[in-house]
Ligand binder design. Structure first.
Ligand SMILES: NC(=O)c1ccc[n+]([C@@H]2O[C@H](COP(=O)([O-])OP(=O)(O)OC[C@H]3O[C@@H](n4cnc5c(N)ncnc54)[C@H](O)[C@@H]3O)[C@@H](O)[C@H]2O)c1
Length: 248
């Protein structure tokens, strides 16, 4: 197993991509803190992991709130003794264009999608620095952080921020042995913020299929394991090749 006895925090792990990441890291031996705003969703995933023989705890927190994040990190350390891996997976989409989005919608989207990886990285990295033996952090970005979109102006802006936040965090935390990378999915499972898959979601890519949560989870596993020990501050596109295509 690749992550035996390591402790991992996965945010937004109550469903979809985050859930799959938590299940995969657990299957490789990690002990998992399942973090979600939705108590039932997180508890169901943690219960399932425990039933399958893993070690997991469900914790409720709003990861855009600094007090919640500080309490969360301290609860994880109380429960597991340390933190080795952080996956910042939570995001919400505004799904608005610039002429219709309100300032409140903009602020909430930026808070949940960009401020939350900052807060989580800061307070988990302080713990990792105190532990003294490094760590691995993966931020879930999006192809939306690399191109303009017809809608979702705040989400696309936040994901652009996540891409460059990763590079700065990687630069600043490397001296502590903490490796920070991004995984950028595209059209995976259901649209962000929705539990159900939309069968009419348009898909154009080189793989000729939509992404599955396991595609992103496999990339995360690579980036938190020693298989990627020479990969620092990168943005791994898990997008069926869509960003490689010139359209029109
Ligand atoms: N689904 C896609 O097609 C797609 C494409 C590109 C990138 N991504 C990225 O992948 C990640 C996961 O996407 P998804 O589609 O699985 O999301 P999702 O909306 O299905 O799940 C997100 C989870 O986060 C939780 N959550 C929301 N706000 C929270 C908060 N403030 N604090 C704690 N928990 C909170 C929700 O309860 C939910 O369980 C996101 O970063 C998203 O931007 C997804």
């Amino acid at each position: 197993m690749k992550l035996e006895n390591q402790v991992a925090i996965v945010t937004g792990a109550g469903r979809n991509i985050g859930e799959q990441i938590a299940r995969l890291l657990s299957s490789e031996g990690a002990r998992i803190a399942i973090v979600d705003l939705d108590k039932e969703l997180g508890a169901a995933v943690a219960d399932d992991i425990v039933k399958a023989g893993g070690d997991a705890v469900a914790l409720v927190a709003d990861v855009s709130d600094a007090d919640d994040v500080k309490k969360l990190v301290s609860n994880v350390v109380d429960r597991f003794g340390r933190v080795d891996i952080l996956v910042n997976n939570v995001a919400i989409s505004d799904n608005r264009d610039i002429l219709e989005i309100t300032e409140e919608e903009w602020d909430r989207t930026i808070a949940v999608t960009l401020r939350s990886p900052f807060l989580m990285t800061k307070y988990v990295a302080l713990q990792m620095v105190a532990q003294g033996d490094g760590g691995k952090i993966v931020n879930i970005g999006s192809t939306s952080g690399h191109r303009g979109r017809a809608r979702a102006v705040a989400y696309a802006s936040a994901k652009g921020g996540v891409a460059n936040f990763t590079r700065s965090a990687a630069f600043q935390l490397a001296k502590y042995g903490i490796r920070v990378n991004t995984v950028s999915p595209n059209k995976t499972g259901s649209p962000v913020g929705r539990a159900e898959i939309d069968p009419n979601r348009p898909i154009t890519n080189l793989a000729n299929r939509p992404g599955e949560p396991i595609d992103t989870a496999n990339a995360v596993l690579f980036l938190v394991s020693n298989d990627s020990s020479f990969v620092w501050g990168q943005d791994l596109f898990v997008d069926g090749g869509v960003t490689a295509m010139e359209v029109g």
